[in-house]
Ligand binder design. Structure first.
Ligand SMILES: [Zn+2]
Length: 139
């Protein structure tokens, strides 16, 4: 883990991927540093499993990409707006963009979730089903 001051007065951390079996490292897993970022470890573990499956198949070129997906995550400490405490926020990462990569699928789902949350609250009468009926009658 490295630490340095950035231009904006924030700290930048480089966090190693989660501890993998057989790997001799003293680097802490991300879940040890931040409870909120525990899903990274789970998805990285699953990504490594998918990589192993790709390695045994004719799509082995995806194995290396999936294996190195999100190997280095750069986080910044940013103050929380509500209570002023600092929290880690992802500043930069390199993703493989392989269709079946668990990390990339998870990140993609977070993107769609954020987009859906940014939509205005519309009344159910504005939504119709494939037959043209209002969805408000279902709810
Ligand atoms: Zn990926």
């Amino acid at each position: 883990m490295s630490e340095e001051n950035s231009d904006a007065g924030l700290f930048v951390f480089s966090v190693s991927p989660p501890i993998q079996s057989g790997q001799d490292t003293d680097a802490p897993g991300l879940s040890e540093l931040s409870e909120r970022d525990k899903p990274w470890d789970k998805h990285k573990y699953n990504s490594d499993r998918v990589s192993d499956h790709y390695a045994k198949s004719r799509y082995n070129k995806y194995s290396q990409r999936t294996k190195s997906c999100a190997d280095i995550l750069d986080f910044r400490l940013v103050p929380e707006a509500s209570d002023g405490e600092y929290k880690l926020k992802l500043a930069a990462a390199r993703f493989c963009r392989v269709r079946h990569c668990p990390i990339c699928q998870w990140r993609r789902s977070l993107m769609w979730k954020a987009k859906a949350a940014a939509l205005p609250n519309l009344p159910m009468e504005t939504f119709i089903d494939v037959e043209g009926k209002s969805l408000s009658s279902i709810a």
